[in-house]
Design a protein around this ligand. Structure first.
Ligand code: WT7
Length: 648
């Protein structure tokens, strides 16, 4: 029989929302959260209908939910337009002249688009799409840097009912080609180039490479961003700015069925070929609007900054659609956090008086590594709320974030969700739910999450198991594009009619969720199942460690042995005695069972662009194999080369 995942990390610190924060918050007490959550679970359709009524529908829905497991339809019969909800809806009152997007390019350019300006730009570009024969239902690849035109292109597609698939600007020609082929896209929207760490990424060139040979693409629209030389293929490629000369700004939002597809976003997961996660219109909008409002507790005067690239789901839900649907001011930054120097983020926060910062644990660990002096140079007193997403955050990184960035006064929302869930699922509400470093705390409204054993039975407190969601939610994926059997198998077959997240977790006695990482990554050492995140957290709590990744390798005696890859803080020397010390350190924090068999120092860890450590690759390296399998989501290939010779 399969054993439960053991959990050894004990974190006892609790931080209650400050009274001053709670007083102004949308949800201001734990009791209020509990009451609302209970009601939302008893009568989910009532809860979601109320949320949906805050939005603009061209035609009201007849039925909130139609659930034929594993296929859900939300707001059946309703018609709406997402771009209308993000733009037109705000033009009637004072939001008309409010900043919708504040943007800073990596080289330092600044742009502000008010809601009215953004509306006009989206309408004009939507007319460009129509002019280029892009129609409702057509698939369009967007391959752009994080510039306002990325948001404009997404919203323009949504306005006419074209289905976008944003491909992260760091991906190669091969990744673009695969995605085009998988979804049968007919157009690409790209730029000549984008900036990353001072260099120009040749986006248009990559598109040209991807389109060599047979392709379904008929049109490429090119935005001039970096001014680098590009090839223009006559009859196929057109310049964005030239096209604008032919269109006006009148473009009514098309009434789309609630289940009309909005976008496809490819996610690699840890194994296998990338999956095209399909999201649709009505439910998705309701999900991201509701979570943006409650989780970030958005106020009219906030400057909200989510640092994600538009190429991943956080960029979709919480850079573009969520904040704009809520009428907020969303800040976009194009480049790297350490360009030209490691204080770029803090410089931006000071300059624009950012009040909400939403970033990833991997970035936070990099900041810790670069040193507090970069933070101390800047006034961060405008911040009132911090968020993280992407992977479990180590308690020590959480504490640093709270103290050094938040000045001890900002609540932290550690938000658990996935590309598949579309919207935040497990999270603190900042004015209501006391936080514990390293825990995503409690489920959002309407989310029925549980930790179960292999048979699907809920496990007792503090016993590890698999994280499942027991009922559909509005922003959930509707399928894997073109592959319903895989959708069924991947998410709904392990536990009948329950969504399996692929994550391991435990709940503590207060019902708080502690995510221990992907089940595929769980180690089995001498019959003990250990979450990689716990070993990593123990390592990161050592003062000289910046980041760590734990993986298993086959071990005749124990089944699996533990190998850890460790990067050290600036200036720390990698010595054999430090290795020994780190082994002891893990032993002390977790127990002898988790003591690494081998400690390897590395300059950097292989990561996806969303900042997730690619343990699958490390696993292969740790067991002395050469790296095989899909590496298209790897951010920086040189890291992999260096790891092969990771020993000092
Ligand atoms: C996986 C989803 C959701 C947008 C970012 C990544 C891990 C995400 C947390 C968190 C612990 C987290 C999970 C999840 N994850 N947020 N707050 N605490 N783990 O989206 O690439 O689809 O990855 O990221 O393992 O399943 P994604």
């Amino acid at each position: 029989m399969e054993k439960n995942i053991e959990s050894h990390l004990k974190e006892t610190r609790v931080f209650k929302p400050a009274r001053s924060f709670a007083a102004k918050a949308l949800v201001g007490s734990l009791q209020q959260y509990r009451r609302m959550h209970r009601d939302s679970i008893r009568q989910p359709e009532k809860f979601w209908a109320r949320e949906a009524r805050e939005l603009t529908w061209q035609k009201p829905w007849k039925k909130v939910l139609e659930w034929k497991p594993p296929f859900a339809k939300w707001f059946v019969g309703g018609k709406l337009n997402l771009a209308e909800n993000c733009l037109d809806r705000h033009l009637q009152g004072p939001r008309r002249n409010k900043a919708a997007i504040i943007w800073e390019g990596e080289p330092g350019e600044k742009r502000v688009l008010t809601y009215q300006q953004l509306h006009r730009d989206v309408c004009r570009f939507a007319n460009v799409l129509k002019r280029n024969k892009i129609r409702k239902g057509d698939r369009v690849i967007i391959y752009l840097p994080t510039i306002p035109e990325a948001a404009i292109a997404m919203l323009a597609c949504a306005r006419i009912g074209a289905v976008h698939s944003v491909v992260f600007g760091g991906f190669s020609a091969d990744s673009i080609r695969d995605r085009i082929a998988d979804c049968g896209a007919t157009a690409v929207i790209t730029a000549d180039g984008g900036y990353r760490r001072g260099a120009i990424v040749p986006l248009k060139h990559n598109v040209d490479e991807a389109l060599k040979g047979e392709t379904t693409i008929k049109r490429v629209i090119v935005f001039r961003r970096a001014g680098n030389d590009v090839h223009i293929e006559q009859g196929r490629d057109v310049w964005w700015h030239r096209e604008l000369e032919y269109v006006d700004a009148h473009c009514p939002p098309v009434a789309l069925a609630s289940e009309h597809p909005l976008y496809i976003l490819y996610t690699s997961g840890s194994t296998g070929k990338p999956k095209g996660i399909l999201h649709t219109t009505g439910g998705y909008l309701v999900g991201i609007h509701s979570t943006s409002k409650y989780v970030f507790d958005l106020r009219e005067d906030d400057i909200y900054w989510c640092t994600a690239d538009v190429g991943w789901v956080t960029g979709h839900s919480y850079v573009v659609y969520g904040p704009l649907a809520a009428g907020a001011t969303t800040l976009m930054y194009e480049g790297a956090p350490n360009w030209p120097e490691p204080d770029r983020f803090w410089r931006i926060i000071e300059e624009y008086a950012v009040s909400i910062l939403y970033t990833a644990p991997t970035a936070i660990r990099a900041f810790i590594r670069w040193g507090d002096q970069w933070v101390k140079k800047h006034d961060l007193s405008s911040l009132r709320l911090l968020g993280t997403v992407g992977e479990p955050i180590n308690p020590e990184a959480w504490m640093w974030y709270r103290k050094t960035i938040g000045g001890g006064r900002c609540p932290i929302v550690d938000t658990w969700w996935q590309t598949e869930t579309g919207a935040i699922m497990i999270t603190p509400l900042p004015g209501a739910i006391p936080t514990k470093p390293g825990s995503a705390t409690l489920p959002f409204f309407g989310v029925d999450a549980a930790v179960v054993d292999a048979k699907g039975k809920e496990v007792p407190p503090n016993v590890g198991g698999k994280l499942i969601i027991r009922r559909p939610w509005p922003a959930m994926l509707r399928s894997i594009y073109g592959d319903k059997p895989r959708y069924k198998k991947q998410y709904w077959s392990e536990f009948k009619n329950n969504y399996f997240t692929g994550d391991g977790a435990r709940r503590d006695k207060d019902g708080y969720f502690w995510i221990v990482g992907r089940i595929d990554d769980v180690l089995n050492v001498a019959g003990h199942r250990l979450g990689t995140s716990e070993i990593e957290s123990a390592l990161v709590s050592h003062p000289q460690v910046a980041e760590a990744a734990a993986v298993g390798r086959p071990d005749e005696l124990k089944g699996q042995g533990v190998v850890v890859f460790v990067t050290l803080k600036s200036g720390v020397k990698p010595t054999p005695s430090l290795k020994e010390e780190l082994r002891r350190h893990v032993g002390q924090h977790i127990g002898a069972i988790a003591k690494p068999d081998e400690v390897r120092f590395a300059e950097a860890l292989p990561k996806t662009r969303s900042g997730k450590i690619m343990r699958r690759l490390l696993k292969e390296i740790a067991s002395g194999k050469t790296v095989t399998g899909d590496t298209t989501t790897l951010e920086d290939f040189s890291v992999l080369a260096k790891l092969g010779s990771a020993e000092e």
